[in-house]
Design a protein around this ligand. Structure first.
Ligand code: 6PG
Length: 485
């Protein structure tokens, strides 16, 4: 058997749609020769037959695949996150040599990435967990890429990633996010924001449909119009296309024949779980995750479907004004989702010791990814002006934008409550906004309650120290040692 020559500067393992599209994208760029491998060879042979122009170096065995890579070797794994990823990593790690690089481009949980990076570093191998966003089309034509891992690995990978990434305003949508699991952490938050954005758009559609009686096609036109202004984004654009789609078999709007039970693969749940652990209120994202969960409980929904709604629902008197109010409410709620998402990034960076540049994250989300939007430029500007910004919402642009939107936002949330239209993301975002700006919160009462039933102690506004009231005795206050507040 002839010896396999090391000719490829990058390899791809796992040739389902995302893997094969990324391999084709890599192969289409000057200077890249791409090795490909899939557990089942049939998939590899289909890919090389369908795309002879790519000049792929195909292997039937993992040994030949590894031998076809130039040193230091770099292999991008595109298999289902979880046990499958560990299996491929183990196979490659057994054949790779110190200095070689294993890249995981799937939606892996960042704590798995931290674990894998450490285990491989101990063997002298580089492991780079990389968020890749943009779906099938982005993988082929230019995704947004969020690599973690070591600085040394990024030196080799940076130019390769830059060659395949989307370009936004002249810059490739890739940056070294931070070490070990930072890339997958940021991709997880990206997906959480994606959930919130999608839910908010869905609520806007529902409000307009119920409030004005507009058809899906008419709402598609409204979204197309919105896409010309500050809401301009990929998700608004594709929403218009989805709403315009007519079902071939019934002639009805497709959205009316799709079962209203939203699926999920886990990254939204991870965002909420990890944000809870970090103590960050990502309420907009959480409501989006819960809304999908609620939608997917048909038996409960059927049993609850005859529960009473409002006796006198509000009607919309001026439809164009209502639609404009919904647009502004959507923009304001979207700002909350991003502000919360960036809070989670800041907290994650602190906990896991990552030096994440928030402005650069907003920059690489401007193109290629699912949440790409005009508005991300405003986030980059805000962090460039003030890298230590305590909350995105407090930056001058966002403050002014919310000022312009808040009356509409309140009207829309009130309308939804009075009409019985569920708007968990709009409503919770407004509640968060009013909470964070409140001079004084009823948390003081909660501290009193906790001290009453559990002697959890409290602090006072007028003097330092930790206090407990002897509630069951004479209700005098004593200063206590330490604190459990
Ligand atoms: C992307 C997407 C992509 C995928 C997610 C969301 O950035 O390209 O986020 O990763 O669509 O898996 O999936 P679910 O909605 O099924 O959780």
């Amino acid at each position: 058997m002839p010896e396999t020559k090391a000719v490829a500067n990058i390899g791809v393992v796992g040739l389902a749609v995302m893997g094969s599209n990324l391999a084709r994208n890599l192969a289409s760029r000057e200077g890249n020769t791409v090795a490909v491998y899939n557990r089942t060879y049939a998939r590899t042979s289909t890919l090389i037959e369908e795309h002879p122009e790519a000049g792929f170096v195909a292997s039937e065995t993992i040994q030949d695949f590894v031998a076809s890579l130039e040193k230091p070797r770099a292999a991008l794994i595109m298999v289902q996150a979880g046990a499958g990823t560990d299996a491929v990593i183990d196979e490659l790690a057994a054949l790779f040599e110190p200095g070689d690089i294993i890249i995981d481009g799937g939606n892996s949980l960042f704590t798995d990435t931290i674990r894998r990076e450490k285990a491989l570093r101990d063997k002298g191998l580089n492991f780079v967990g990389t968020g890749i966003s943009g779906g099938e089309e982005g993988a082929l034509n230019g995704p947004s890429i969020m690599p973690g891992g070591s600085v040394e690995a990024y030196e080799k990978l940076g130019p390769i990633f830059a060659s395949i990434a989307a370009i936004a305003e002249g810059e490739p949508c890739v940056t070294h996010v931070g070490t070990d699991g930072a890339g997958h952490f940021v991709k997880m938050i990206h997906n959480g924001i994606e959930y919130a954005d999608m839910q908010l758009i869905a609520e806007a559609y529902d409000l307009i449909r119920h409030g004005t009686g507009a058809t899906p096609a008419e709402i598609a036109d409204i979204f197309t119009e919105w896409n010309k202004g500050e809401l301009e984004s990929y998700l608004i654009e594709i929403t218009a296309e989805v709403l315009r789609q007519v079902d071939a078999s019934t002639g009805k709007p497709l959205v009316d024949v799709i079962l209203d039970q939203a699926g999920s693969k886990g990254t939204g749940v991870w965002t909420v779980q990890n944000s809870l652990d970090l103590g960050i209120p990502v309420s907009g994202i959480a409501e989006a995750v819960f809304a999908r969960a609620l939608s997917s409980k048909p038996a409960q929904r059927a049993a609850a479907s005859d529960l009473p709604g409002p006796s006198t629902p509000w009607t919309v008197s001026h439809k164009p004004q209502f639609i404009e109010d919904v647009r502004r409410a959507l923009y304001a709620s979207k700002m909350i989702a991003y502000s919360q998402g960036f809070d989670a990034i800041v907290a994650g960076a602190e906990k896991y010791n990552w030096d994440i540049k928030k402005g650069n994250i907003a920059k690489i989300w401007r193109g290629g990814c699912i949440i790409r939007a005009q508005f991300l430029n405003r986030i980059t500007d805000a962090y460039e002006e003030n890298p230590g910004l305590v909350a995105l919402l407090t930056a001058p642009y966002f403050k002014a934008a919310i000022e312009g939107a808040q009356d509409s936002w309140r009207t829309v949330v009130a309308h939804a409550a009075q009409s019985g239209i569920p708007t968990p993301a709009f409503s919770s975002s407004l509640a968060y906004y009013d909470g964070i700006r409140a001079a004084r919160l009823p948390a003081a009462l909660i501290q009193g309650q906790r001290d009453f039933f559990g002697a959890h102690t409290y602090q006072r506004v007028d003097k330092p120290g930790t206090f407990h009231t002897l509630w069951s005795a004479d209700r005098t206050e004593i200063e206590t040692e330490g604190s459990s507040h």
